[in-house]
Design a protein around this ligand. Structure first.
Ligand SMILES: [Cu+2]
Length: 355
């Protein structure tokens, strides 16, 4: 990413990307060195109890655990689920660079990924309705890629085309509709490029405004289909991807990361969650155990309001926005209620406290 992205991504994400670049440089200069230990997230007794109530299935972490120490793998850092700030500029310069990375997708599972901006999912693109996006895709990967913004209305034949390594592609588009949208690589074999990690969320805030939320999160659900590890790294297994039986399902690219490091809120606060389902294949039945959504908005558009909703259906390639207030302190797991997928890692916890 270049400095242009600062106008559109939060400083946090920018720093994260910068840190990742530094880490990659360090690793490339000592490829034979022992890998950095994976940060082990904390797990409180409170959350264990909550999660035990949600799923009694053992952790997915062992399904394809690495058999030897992985090399050139980035240390795990929790993907910050906080909705980034949106700049007031009505013209937003956005540059995304694709790159090949080995990332952890679950505890001890190093995955060969193709990324946007060095992470899976890629950075959250945060816009206001009506913004013009001056977009550039740079291909820093070793194979052809493209990018398809569901928030855009533009000819795919002209702009969603594949570019070769070291090439770049520029096109402008306008965020005409508010909501929670997917972006992804559309280069054939599309299932392969998406299963490798090439997706992210675009959030377009409506012109009409939204009630100020006390907590606002972005969650991207996605599946991973992997081989047994070779040299400590698992690859995408296309046969499994075609069969639709994943090894891991995650929120924001890492199985159970918000079970291990919960999101937080306080009693009575307005909590808003933008949920984007990158698939590539499974539907998400998003549900927060112990509460009911006061409102849910199909595609995240305020015109598509439902009330008193227990579970929302987030189709692959679509998004939702939900709002709720928790009346009593406790640990509230959030899951896809497709429980095979929750058991494979699509499970987190919202810890709600009195003060
Ligand atoms: Cu691609």
């Amino acid at each position: 990413m270049n400095t242009h992205t600062n106008s559109i991504f939060s400083r946090r994400n920018f720093l994260k990307a910068a840190g990742l670049a530094a880490g990659a440089a360090a690793l490339s200069s000592c490829a034979s060195a022992a890998p950095t230990a994976v940060a082990k997230p904390t797990d409180t007794a409170l959350n264990r109890a909550a999660v035990a109530a949600a799923t009694s299935t053992p952790s997915a972490d062992n399904a394809a655990a690495a058999t030897s120490a992985p090399v050139n793998v980035k240390p795990f850092t929790t993907y910050d689920a906080t909705m980034p700030a949106i700049s007031a500029d009505t013209t937003k310069k956005l540059t995304i660079e694709s790159s090949d990375q080995v990332l952890y997708i679950a505890n001890g599972v190093a995955f060969q990924a193709w990324t946007y901006g060095g992470t899976v999912p890629g950075p959250v693109v945060a816009l206001n309705e009506g913004d013009e996006v001056q977009f550039e895709l740079k291909n820093g990967s070793n194979m052809a890629h493209s990018i398809d913004f569901h928030a855009a209305q533009t000819p795919p034949s002209k702009n969603y085309i594949s570019i070769q390594p070291k090439e770049s592609l520029k096109y402008n588009w306008k965020a005409n509709h508010p909501g929670c949208f997917m972006y992804h690589c559309g280069t054939p074999f599309v299932l392969h490029h998406m299963a490798m990690g090439m997706y992210g969320a675009t959030i377009v805030r409506p012109k009409s405004g939204l009630e100020k939320a006390d907590r606002e999160f972005v969650l991207v659900q996605s599946e991973f289909y992997v081989t047994a590890p070779t040299n400590g790294v698992v690859q995408t297994d296309l046969t499994k991807a075609l069969s639709g039986i994943p090894d891991y399902v995650s929120f924001n690219g890492y199985a159970n990361q918000y079970k291990d490091k919960p999101l937080t809120a306080k009693v009575g606060e307005l909590v808003r969650m933008w949920i984007m389902n990158a698939g590539p294949t499974h539907y998400s039945a998003f549900h927060v155990i112990g509460t009911i959504f006061d409102a849910a908005y199909q595609s995240g558009n305020p015109a598509n309001k439902m009330v008193g909703v227990q579970t929302v259906n987030v189709y692959p390639g679509s998004g939702m926005m939900v709002e709720f207030r928790i009346p009593e302190a406790g640990a509230y797991p959030f899951v896809t209620h497709s429980f095979a997928d929750a058991s494979k890692g699509a499970l987190g916890v919202l810890t709600v406290t009195n003060s």
